[in-house]
Design a protein around this ligand. Structure first.
Ligand SMILES: Nc1ncnc2c1ncn2[C@@H]1O[C@H](COP(=O)(O)OP(=O)(O)OP(=O)(O)O)[C@@H](O)[C@H]1O
Length: 814
């Protein structure tokens, strides 16, 4: 179909160096105008007569993405023929596949001549095609590497033959539809950038070497299939979704999943291995209060806020409280917030307290919501001139969320930006002024605000300079945010470590915060590496370490780890593994193969955050990835266990099983999930403590090859196996047994001292943490930020000031 002018173009240059465009007559190359513009070529034989190919200008940076399996190796006799044919198919111009060898007796002869003429021109390409094999050979230095033993499956070979036969008389491939097999689509769904794939593959090699996983697991084929739902069940599931929405809008669903569970506002469990608070119990009547188990520093925070609340309740109109609660990871900030929540609840003032966080996971830990959801603020910042008022829907939502609130907590504030603070203040001020609340002229319209967190943990995503403490301000919102932040004059610092029980580990973490680790600290870390043969290895199949989770900077490692962990779980516990595809439709009909291929190439970010495929099994550890109910993201980031799976009623009675995995045709109708924390949700027909996860719906747009657009509606369960997390999702969590991956990624954002600190500070000590592989020592001996160093000094000073103020007997209630 390529026009005669592109006769010399091969597949690679055709797709990279030209693109399709609608051509008007004046676009012909012989017109005067076109002499100045890019060169255009009409298609051959009236193929899409109104369109043609435009040659990109020199120096463009369009890169090809090859869908499907890796090209064959060039260094194995058995692959050589296929390799030569494939390379010529990509690099040599042809119209019929037979052109590749026309005039030659053998493929070898054709290849030799081609290489004589073109080897230099394509040497980079040819080398890059083999780069994957170089890396995988080197990194694992083993013969049995998965890709090194890659044999084109019989299916692949047949597929190539079919393609050749699919040419019509003119040598044009008949129908693009026929080109994509199910396997191609699956391959496209899994495609990753080369460096991401290498990062994930090599991470797993270390896991296999360390005995964490086996390369292959055998599943018991006799495990019965989960039951299919009935049409009536489906109706009931829809009702459950409504019940959950109702809970969500009331602002309570899941209570946090801190392991010791003392953050729970619903109970007071024992505190194994934690030193009791030194202060005498508080004055709570009857039931012990969470406040009573707080340490002195946590109590100071709690009591200042409680005092302010008493003053408010008594109508004393105390001055606005703008406070910071800070402290290294594990000093009990989350627990202090939960104790405060209980106090508000006991006083009947829970609706006046809004608990928010900058991330979904952090919000779950305090049973709160993300600050963006609460304030009706889009992630990318305000849109349109009228953003403070917002649409009718947003205005109503803001009125309902912000209207009753007098105290606002924003947790994980290290990730908040100056812009966010300014915009939030404007929105809150606007809502309060509409309600005629006192506080005119004050930031946040006079609302009391508590910023909570640790600036040594993650700064704002992809923009560290946007952090509240950073002096650099881009734009007037940031300047205002900086001004607002400087008004936070009450500062409580938590220093007593509540998570880490190992003194030596704690010293290391303290030094890591300021990039002042010693040589001995670095040696301690090397001593924890799993890739050093002489280091002692824990028993990863034993009762303790089999619970370990991985923290890694990259999704490619997270996904592979989860896949192996789920397989291990299914093999050991003799349970069935289901691979659940998303259900995609356009205007109510299933997608065509081409449309499916377009969707397959999209990343989850562009498919409404719903994955192409989700693997689930009974007993599997899982994490909820989206809102269970759309109105609030209460459940985003909640960890738990899958306890039940009900298949869609349209599912086959005997679904296909590939490599032991049951390949479903639809997402399951319901997955029953038990959160690790407690849930106060009660749904008729659902066992107490379980939450039904019904496929979530999202829509997104795809652009088809002819340039037209389609809206795709997707249904999928918003779940992922919960055996590995990226480091951002790890922030705020206490993990009992943890394996940390700090290998330098070879593309995209690098590891930094913040991510190293967040990952290492999740564990309680050297006995319960291991490093998957090596790390760059510079992160341990470099201060994360000069601006943060200054901010620490300022906040230390404010802490002393606040303590003195309180100890001198100053009270809001006076
Ligand atoms: N007063 C306390 N008594 C006993 N255990 C506590 C106390 N405060 C906190 N803990 C325990 O210490 C661990 C860390 O607490 P928490 O998660 O609140 O710390 P954090 O400061 O929020 O940490 P991060 O900054 O990593 O989010 C948890 O396991 C928690 O249960």
């Amino acid at each position: 179909m390529r026009g005669d002018g592109l006769e010399d173009y091969n597949i690679l240059s055709y797709f990279c160096d030209t693109y399709e465009q609608h051509l008007s007559k004046s676009h012909d190359n012989d017109s005067e105008e076109s002499a100045r513009a890019s060169v255009r070529h009409r298609y051959k034989d009236d193929f899409r007569p109104k369109h043609g190919r435009v040659v990109r200008l020199e120096g463009h940076e369009t890169m090809p993405q090859f869908v499907g399996r890796w090209f064959p190796r060039n260094d194995r006799t058995e692959d050589r023929l296929l390799y030569k044919l494939m390379m010529m198919a990509v690099l040599k111009p042809w119209r019929k596949l037979s052109d590749l060898v026309v005039g030659f007796r053998t493929v070898d002869e054709a290849w030799d001549v081609f290489m004589d003429q073109s080897a230099q021109k394509f040497d980079m390409f040819l080398e890059n095609v083999q780069y994957f094999y170089h890396c995988s050979d080197q990194s694992a230095s083993r013969q049995e590497k998965e890709y090194a033993t890659y044999e084109p499956a019989e299916k692949d070979k047949q597929h190539i033959e079919v393609d050749i036969e699919d040419e019509d008389d003119n040598g044009v491939i008949v129908a693009e539809e026929a080109l994509w097999t199910e396997e191609d689509i699956l391959g496209a769904q899994e495609i990753e950038k080369g460096h991401e794939e290498r990062f994930g593959v090599t991470a797993m090699e270390h896991a296999f070497d360390a005995g964490i996983f086996q390369r292959h697991y055998e599943f018991d084929p006799s495990v019965p299939l989960a039951k299919r739902c009935t049409a009536l069940d489906k109706v009931q599931y829809e009702e459950w979704v409504d019940v959950l929405k109702d809970y969500a809008s009331k602002g309570v669903v899941v209570v946090n999943d801190n392991l010791d569970d003392i953050g729970s506002v619903n109970g007071h469990p024992s505190l194994p291995g934690v030193e009791p608070a030194t202060d005498p119990p508080g004055t709570g009547e009857g039931e012990p209060r969470l406040r009573d188990i707080l340490n002195t520093e946590q109590k100071l925070f709690h009591d200042i806020v409680e005092d302010h609340l008493h003053a408010t309740v008594r109508g004393l109109k105390p001055t606005q409280m703008l406070m910071i609660l800070r402290g290294p990871g594990g000093t009990g900030k989350t627990v202090a917030i939960n104790a405060l929540t209980e106090t508000f609840k006991n006083m009947g003032f829970e609706p006046q307290l809004a608990k928010t966080a900058t991330s979904g996971v952090a919000a779950t830990l305090i049973s709160g919501r993300t600050v963006h959801t609460w304030a009706g603020l889009s992630i990318g910042g305000p849109r349109g001139e009228n953003w403070v008022e917002g649409s009718v829907y947003t205005a109503q939502k803001r009125l309902a969320n912000i209207g009753p609130v007098e105290y606002l907590i924003i947790d994980e504030v290290s990730m908040a930006t100056k812009d966010l603070l300014a915009n939030l203040s404007d929105i809150v001020t606007h809502v309060r002024s509409k309600l005629d609340k006192p506080g005119e002229g004050l930031y946040f319209g006079g609302m009391n605000v508590i910023l909570c967190g640790d600036f040594h943990q993650f700064p704002p995503v992809a923009n560290g300079e946007a952090a509240l403490y950073h002096p650099k301000c881009t734009g007037k919102h940031a300047q205002k945010g900086q001004e607002i932040y400087s008004c936070f004059d009450k500062v409580v610092t938590l220093r007593q470590q509540m998570r880490v029980r190992d003194k030596r580990w704690q010293e290391l973490l303290d030094r890591l915060r300021t990039g002042s680790c010693t040589r001995e600290d670095i040696e301690v870390l090397h001593g924890l590496r799993l890739d050093i043969p002489d280091n002692p290895k824990p028993d990863f199949q034993g009762p303790e370490w089999s619970k370990a989770v991985l923290i890694t900077p990259r999704n490619s490692a997270r996904k592979r780890w989860n896949a192996s962990a789920v397989r291990q779980h299914c093999a050991v516990n003799k349970t069935r593994l289901y691979s659940c595809p998303a259900e995609d439709t356009a205007k109510g009909s299933p997608l065509s193969t081409n449309q499916r291929m377009s969707v397959a190439k999209k990343t989850t970010k562009h498919t409404g955050n719903l994955a192409h495929r989700v693997e689930v099994a009974i007993g599997m550890k899982a994490m909820v990835l989206l809102n269970i109910a759309t109105e609030a993201d209460l459940a985003n980031g909640t960890r738990g266990v899958v306890e039940g799976i009900v298949l869609d009623d349209r599912e086959d009675a005997n679904p296909t099983v590939v490599d032991g995995v049951t390949m479903l045709k639809y997402p399951p109708a319901a997955v029953f999930f038990r959160p690790s924390g407690k849930t106060n949700v009660k749904i008729d027909g659902v066992e107490d403590g379980l939450l039904p996860i019904i496929p979530t719906e999202a829509s997104f747009t795809i652009v088809l090859t002819d340039g037209s657009r389609r809206t795709v509606n997707r249904r999928q369960v918003a779940l992922t196996p919960g055996y590995a997390f990226t480091d951002y999702k790890g922030q705020g969590q206490t993990l009992e047994y943890v394996i940390v991956d700090m290998e330098k990624p070879c593309g995209g954002p690098d590891i930094n001292p913040f991510s190293a600190y967040v990952a290492l500070s999740r564990s309680r000590g050297r006995g319960t943490i291991r490093l998957l592989r090596g790390f760059e020592e510079k992160h341990f001996v470099t201060h994360p930020s000069a601006a943060l160093r200054e901010e620490d000094e300022r906040l230390d000073f404010s802490t002393v000031h606040t303590e003195r103020w309180w100890n001198e007997g100053r009270r809001y209630t006076m």
